[in-house]
Design a protein around this ligand. Structure first.
Ligand SMILES: [Zn+2]
Ligand SMILES: [Zn+2]
Length: 458
């Protein structure tokens, strides 16, 4: 049996915030990164994790899933340190391909329109190289990282989005479990996360804390939220309006369109076209390709069940689209300027018969949050190059369809694993504080800030 080993942990991003998740584990001169994301709210190099703290090429980077706050900086990392090897599940590898290539033109546009000189942070060539250096591994199949120390990794289903994994890392004398983003409750397509077998002894648990500040009892279940959404959507469509559902391209889009199709097929809402757009459709194809990874018996409709949203930059086209009732599921989920959801809302809020229903987290600094909270009659700016529009539409609401474990589910994860050390990451300060005071009894707890090194005993 190995003698116990002390390791060091450092958050390069995702410490004290949701942020650009990237965590460094080091021992015996070896360095392993867990995730390498970009900060969704920051721009230019400020969106990157603190990669300058790395003093040599990491031995490996393990990517838990393809949301950009976990993988968006991988091409930058592999340009900075050529030869760095990454590991991901096969669906995550394929989704990263679409997400990261999609980021390049988005950054190029921002470089032009907002004169951000650092953009693009990487080009298509860098994305291609990073993906060629990424090895795909299956869930539940332990594998050794290619490095000069025996480190065995296992991906375990995290239940968050297609391909999402937690990772169990057995280093010589020290076992680490990193949850990544996890969900316990089944969604429409994703089943809940798989629990770690009870006999696995974990020295250090690194756990996400997204929902640490929200009191579970205040919210209904996923199914109850579907019923509430059903009533709201039905009322708008029967009144001749259209419904806009701003959604993230990965996860939320595929869940929502299948929820809506299900409501139509059960005659609970009118049979109007359901539109989806660009990246959401590209990722949907991968949900079809990897449908074995979805919940058993999940009913994934074929992509051609959903109409393709046309060019939303043509305001005449949007006007024609909105003449007949329809449901539009479009990015971005937080209605960031110049995205399809912002361009559609720009026209929808000038009328009073439509509905705009947010279905995910809204950061207070985003246009979506401002629109939700602006009183009717006030001007709202959703697009940088167009004048503000007076908000006439009052039917703007927020529903709760979380792909993250509730805080009592997170507490149950800590209780089951009973680690020696618990590190709370990926949460706002209030969420992290709740997690640290209410979970992790008997373990040494840490809420690291970015750049702080923590020594962990096994
Ligand atoms: Zn995520
Ligand atoms: Zn995340």
């Amino acid at each position: 049996m190995d003698s116990s080993t002390r390791i060091n942990f450092c958050a390069l991003g995702g410490g004290g915030e949701v942020g650009a998740n990237c965590f460094e584990l080091s021992f015996d001169g070896h360095q392993i990164l867990l995730d390498c994301g970009t900060h969704p709210k920051k721009e230019g190099e400020a969106a990157l994790p603190a990669l300058s703290l790395l003093n040599r090429t990491p031995d490996a980077c393990i990517v838990t899933h393809a949301h950009v706050d976990h993988c968006g900086a991988l091409p930058y990392l592999s340009r900075m340190f050529s030869g760095v090897r990454a590991y991901a599940t096969a669906p995550t590898g394929r989704i990263m391909d679409r997400m990261l290539h999609n980021s390049v033109p988005v950054m190029e546009t921002l470089a032009r329109e907002r004169a951000i000189a650092e953009y693009p942070l990487y080009d298509h060539g860098d994305v291609g190289y990073a993906l060629r250096m990424t090895e795909c591994r299956d869930f539940q199949e332990p594998f050794f990282l290619r490095m000069n120390a025996p480190v065995e990794a296992t991906f375990i289903e995290a239940g968050h989005v297609l391909g999402s994994a937690s990772v169990l890392l057995r280093m010589p004398g020290h076992t680490v479990f990193y949850t990544g983003d996890i969900s316990k409750a089944p969604q429409m397509l994703m089943g809940g996360h798989r629990s770690l077998p009870k006999d696995v002894r974990v020295d250090t648990l690194i756990i996400e804390s997204t929902q640490g500040a929200s009191n579970d009892e205040r919210y209904g279940t996923y199914r109850e939220e579907i019923d509430t959404l059903c009533e709201a959507v039905g009322a708008v469509l029967r009144g001749g309006g259209s419904v806009l559902i701003p959604s993230f391209a990965l996860g939320r889009t595929q869940e929502m369109v299948n929820i809506l199709a299900d409501l139509q097929e059960n005659r609970r809402i009118p049979f109007v076209p359901i539109y989806t757009a660009g990246l959401g459709r590209a990722i949907y194809e991968l949900y079809e390709h990897f449908s074995d990874y979805l919940m058993p018996r999940a009913e994934l409709r074929p992509l051609d069940r959903f109409e393709r949203l046309g060019n939303v930059w043509d305001s005449g086209g949007v006007e024609r689209l909105l003449r007949k009732p329809s449901i539009i599921v479009a990015t971005s989920g937080m209605m960031v300027e110049n995205t399809p959801s912002a361009l559609l809302a720009q026209q929808m809020i000038a009328k009073d018969h439509h509905g705009i229903f947010f279905v995910g987290y809204l950061d207070p600094d985003t246009p979506g949050y401002r629109l939700l909270h602006a009183p009717a009659g006030t001007p709202v700016q959703l697009e940088l190059n167009r004048p503000p529009v007076e908000k006439k539409l009052e039917n703007i609401r927020q529903f709760r369809f979380s792909a993250h474990a509730s805080r009592s589910d997170l507490a149950a994860v800590v209780d089951r694993i009973k680690p020696k050390n618990t590190i709370y990451i990926h949460g706002d300060p209030g969420a992290l504080a709740w997690m640290e005071s209410n979970t992790g009894n008997g373990s040494t707890t840490h809420v690291p800030s970015i750049g702080q090194t923590i020594t962990l005993e096994a």
